[in-house]
Write a protein that binds this ligand. Structure first.
Ligand SMILES: Nc1ncnc2c1ncn2[C@@H]1O[C@H](COP(=O)(O)OP(=O)(O)OP(=O)(O)O)[C@@H](O)[C@H]1O
Length: 641
């Protein structure tokens, strides 16, 4: 549908002569023939969700037969009051709708969309600007270009040039070296942040750009700049941009080529912005001269809940508006949704050239190396995390070492040695787990966004996280172990030192694998904290120190088999006590040898080697589990038609 001759079309609706109607229909029909620049067309889209509990389920229709189309170079706004279905429509069109039942037809360049290739040619800018806060604007775009642009089409110089072009296009030169920032770190302004978000999506030179509320939270100048720049880029790059927007200012409203006005999931108007006022005037709703048309239309489309009467009146009005538009649209031969069956039959199922694109851009190693470099930069700049990981073990190692300074060989030292070993296993759990969970969980929004746009494989991301989190923890824990080992005076021998260290590192790695499971599987970091605290505390209670396994109730004894902390503690105890001669004091329980200690605490079930194998096996299960959760969670299951 075009703005040309729209006035005559209104006469047709209002009962103009059939000759006039035929004239417009034939003119618009011929226009349809040369609509090769239609990039996206959607016909009679319906979206339904099930609400309520089992046994009391209700169906709710959120989109009711919406149709429309977008052409290259166009910028289209989806406007409506809160809950009108704007985001639902945007998500349906961009292939990012989760759950529910979507029906109707969406055609990309006249053909059915192919999920893998459609992702490659579309870009989606989320409402929340999820980016790494410690990277600069330049770095953010540069890593995005490395990850998202294929090496077989872009050299390193061309990628750098692409970044520069986007920085220029989005007027980000001044902020180039400023960090993105977040609530804790001051960074770029809200408008700049939004432009960087858009920039990361524009790098791939998409054909379709979807933006969810790109102006929300911005002042009017920044909002206008964002919309103006999207318009400029759409024209320059020949892409179609669709954005949801809440009550834009009159100036912003006029930047859009077309608008989709939605109310209660129904289209109230779809067409050129320039003729919207005229359309509404022709059906009896004249926008006052000095009123912002976007505000006027939004008011018309909004249900008024102030009283029962007002609600009933507004419902009638909204129904009338959507029915009038349905009547108007049905007279337009080129209006999407009309002649849908014919269109579907004419088109091949999947003739989109992009459907031949590979699912991943670059080699596994290149992707991994890029992600690992980005992770290391982030970790080193995250001072509080870095210090917590490096300084805490040093301080704790010194503090605990001096608390047990130079252990003796009498019965008292047995209690102390068991205490030192316990502190070692505790250090292999909470102090590593919690800060790493905080960092890993905080990133999951970014990961989901990047994975949704197929920026990298789950496996390269997981490998990168493994090779950043585990080495940091192992270095930190080596410092801790060396301090506590030498200062407290655990059994001194090269073998014992390294066997103990290996067991400690094994336990640390298992804790990190468990952290991956919680971080990837549980969406809310608070819930992940609560659940993991319960699991780790249980592990720490079932080491054999607080309750001898031979006396633990049969119903709970199985916990030991799944408990890496038990295996680590038993092996550390054997490593420490085996072969040790102890002196007896009269007034205490007397152990003559270290072997007796191990036996009496029930820590002799398996050899050191067997305990080590159990640790490795449990670690492997957690590690694979973490990967499975990441794949399953970080890749949302979108509903496709
Ligand atoms: N999966 C779903 N399950 C249940 N209700 C849903 C679902 N998706 C959307 N809705 C409902 O559909 C309506 C439209 O949602 P949508 O997010 O598209 O509105 P919107 O116009 O973007 O609103 P806002 O401007 O407030 O973001 C809302 O009432 C929302 O609660």
């Amino acid at each position: 549908m075009d703005g040309a001759n729209s006035k005559n079309k209104f006469y047709a609706i209002k009962g103009g002569s059939s000759a006039t109607l035929q004239y417009h229909q034939s003119k618009l029909h011929s226009k349809l023939q040369c609509d090769s620049d239609v990039i996206l067309r959607w016909n009679e889209l319906n979206y339904e969700v099930r609400l309520g509990t089992k046994g009391n389920q209700q169906q709710r229709t959120i989109l009711h037969g919406t149709s429309g189309q977008a052409k290259t170079g166009e910028i289209i706004a989806i406007i409506g009051s809160s809950g009108a279905g704007k985001t639902t429509l945007l998500n349906a069109l961009s292939g990012r709708i989760v759950g529910g039942r979507l029906s109707g037809q969406i055609l990309f360049r006249g053909a059915k969309r192919h999920p893998g290739s459609f992702k490659r040619v579309t870009a989606y800018v989320q409402q929340d600007d999820l980016m790494h806060p410690l990277l600069t604007v330049q770095e953010t775009l540069s890593y995005a270009s490395k990850l998202r642009l294929p090496n077989n089409q872009y050299s390193a110089e061309q990628k750098a040039e692409r970044v520069n072009t986007v920085i220029r296009q989005l007027r980000l030169e001044a902020a180039r070296n400023t960090k993105i920032g977040d609530a804790a770190t001051r960074g770029v302004s809200g408008g700049e942040r939004k432009r960087v978000s858009i920039g990361t999506e524009l790098l791939t030179d998409p054909r379709l750009l979807f933006l969810d509320e790109p102006t929300s939270g911005l002042d009017s100048n920044s909002s206008e700049l964002v919309v103006e720049l999207v318009k400029k880029v759409s024209v320059e790059q020949g892409l179609a941009a669709l954005m949801t927007i809440h009550q834009p200012s009159a100036r912003i409203f006029n930047i859009f080529d077309k608008v989709i006005l939605l109310s209660q999931g129904r289209v109230v108007y779809f067409g050129p912005t320039s003729t919207a006022i005229e359309y509404f005037a022709n059906i009896g709703y004249q926008c006052p001269v000095h009123e912002n048309p976007a505000d006027y239309f939004t008011d018309l489309m909004t249900l008024d809940y102030r009283s029962d009467d007002a609600l009933a009146r507004s419902k009638i009005r909204v129904n009338e508006l959507s029915n009038r538009f349905a009547g108007y649209a049905s007279l337009q031969p080129d209006y999407p949704g009309n002649g849908r069956k014919q269109l579907a039959m004419q088109l091949p199922a999947d003739d989109d050239p992009a459907s031949k694109c590979p699912t991943s851009h670059n080699s596994w190693f290149y992707e991994y190396a890029t992600l690992a470099r980005r992770d290391w930069v982030n970790i080193i700049r995250n001072t509080s995390f870095f210090l917590s990981q490096m300084v805490q073990p040093l301080v704790m190692g010194l503090f605990m070492g001096f608390m047990y300074f130079v252990l003796g060989n009498d019965s008292v030292s047995v209690q102390n040695r068991l205490g030192v070993l316990y502190i070692i296993v505790v250090q292999g759990t909470f102090p590593i787990f919690m800060p790493q969970l905080a960092v890993f969980s905080a990133e999951q929004g970014i990961t989901t966004r990047e994975r949704a746009s197929a920026s990298y494989r789950a496996s390269t991301y997981y490998a990168s996280k493994t090779t950043t989190f585990i080495p940091i923890a192992l270095v930190a824990n080596t410092i801790f172990y060396a301090c506590i080992y030498f200062i407290s005076g655990l059994a001194l021998s090269v073998d014992k030192f390294f066997i103990g260290l290996a067991l400690f590192h094994g336990l640390t790695s298992v804790s990190i694998s468990l952290m991956f499971v919680f971080g990837a599987a549980v969406q809310s970091v608070e819930v992940a904290y609560v659940l993991s605290t319960g699991v780790i505390t249980t592990q720490l209670l079932y080491t054999g120190l607080f309750a001898n396994f031979h006396t633990v109730s049969q119903a709970l004894r199985w916990i030991r088999w799944l408990n890496p902390v038990y295996y680590a503690y038993a092996a550390l105890a054997q490593n420490e006590f085996r072969g040790m001669d102890l002196t007896c004091s009269k007034d205490m329980q007397c152990y003559e040898s270290g072997d007796q200690v191990v036996k009496s605490y029930g820590l002799d079930q398996f050899t050191i080697g067997q305990n080590g194998l159990f640790i490795v096996a449990i670690g492997a299960i957690f590690y694979v589990g973490g990967y499975a959760c990441l794949r399953w969670k970080a890749k949302p299951k979108f509903t496709w038609i």
